[in-house]
Design a protein around this ligand. Sequence first.
Ligand code: NAP
Length: 276
Amino acid sequence: MSSVPVAVVTGSNKGIGLAIVRALCKQFPGDVYLTSRDPGRGQAAVAQLQQEGLRPLFHQLDIDDLQSIRALRDFLKEKYGGLNVLVNNAGIAFKVHDTTPFAVQAEVTLKTNFFGTRNVCTELLPLMKPYGRVVNVSSMVSSSALGGCSQELQQKFRSDTITEEELVQLMTKFVEDTKKSVHEKEGWPNTAYGVSKIGVTVLSRIQARLLNEERKGDHILLNACCPGWVRTDMAGPKATKSPDEGAETPVYLALLPSSADAPHGQFVSNKTVRPW
Ligand code: NAP
């Protein structure tokens, strides 16, 4: 078994994920895994970074596929005996003018952004080594979508005692409510991406709390963040930040020094803790 530290970035064949891998290859003292659901796209991205003189490693990972997540889990357990840095970056967004029915957009978006991310956490968080760092890439849109929720939902999503099961029930209810076209009446905002990212931010708050309760003394720090508005296939060419600039906050959180005991369980943008 290797004693080399290891970092994994989900959805890192392009965009912000690729830029996070680039920065970690330069700054993280260990093996950095670029992962992609499509091995061809993943290997092409590895080759691109090799051209830049960097040495990322590759592993397949489709966060929609539990078998794929478990194969990565088993690989990490066997080769490294755990994991030091996990960046949950993989995500999807329908374009604003996409005419796919809203209920389908809700189901597909929640499947990857919330349920897929949660499945990765369920399988990989138990592998986190002491002083591990977990970064869940959410979005400022989670904050604005929270503001668009009914007072009752806002209270639940801001609660310091909400459980993962309750959050899963709420995310499932959103998808069901869109199918019955009652989501607005039920207090939801009209954004599937926004609700999926509320899920990611609240999940991070819950997971940080569980780490405090169950692994106190292991000094693991887990946070949600917004990378900013970044020029990628998702956000388009008008966005203000380059992918490398978008990687800065996630990488800052991934490389918090072992002496740090904060931020933890926070929503961070531009390296600054934001109110939730
Ligand atoms: P992007 O260029 O579209 O890249 C998304 C990445 O996620 C791609 O590598 C994609 O792989 C991967 N992915 C999607 N579904 C996946 C799955 N089921 N399993 C594994 N990988 C999957 O988007 P981006 O702008 O870099 O976004 C990265 C993250 O930042 C997302 O979580 C996004 O919500 C968040 N974010 C972005 C912005 C922005 O302005 N760009 C702002 C706030 C938050 P494929 O190539 O196979 O599709």
